[in-house]
Design a protein around this ligand. Sequence first.
Ligand SMILES: [Fe+2]
Length: 218
Amino acid sequence: MVDFTRRRQGRKTLTSGLERASRGPECFPSLSPLALRVQVRTASSEADPRRSPRTRTFAMHQTRNTLSANIRAESVDLLNKHLASAIDLHGQLKQAHWNVRGPNFIALHGLFDKCAAEAETYSDLLAERARGLGGEAEGTVQRAAQFSGLLAYPLGVADGQEHVFAVSGALAAFGESAREAIDRAARLGDADTADLFTEISRNVDQQLWLVESHGAPQ
Ligand SMILES: [Fe+2]
């Protein structure tokens, strides 16, 4: 005989867990993140030093990493911005993989999927570096939609050359942003994060070369 009492209890436990999770981290006092205020300069305040920089509060976890908390928090911010773009890039490449049609279907279908797999590894590298620095990886699709630096991928595209154009644009934009992040992380004094962005941007350049090689000769 089925024990409906236990089933109901199980559902109640799950529901209360979801309710607790949706109420926020204050419901999990054991995590007790160390709240740290850092000032993050926006692009506009960097261009005009008379403008006061935007500030954001970061919840950082304790770590014995010897980089200062300010450097770690600024690196985490940089990593999370690129995590949002990497998640978006992965979705855009899958969009191309699923929808491409035409005489080069097999080659482009496979190539876009390989590029998507690479983009997924960027997400993992960025997120785990953020965690390693004591920060939180902000890797939800909702965060990606809010903070991705990429242009929206065009819908209603089937032609292979149009997908090559759209994908190469997305890869080029992500690569440019990763190169800027190398310099930013180096200025912060976080050589390891700069190295990670170097690895990513070099890989993006290779993917861009492979995709552009499928384009019509200029
Ligand atoms: Fe597939």
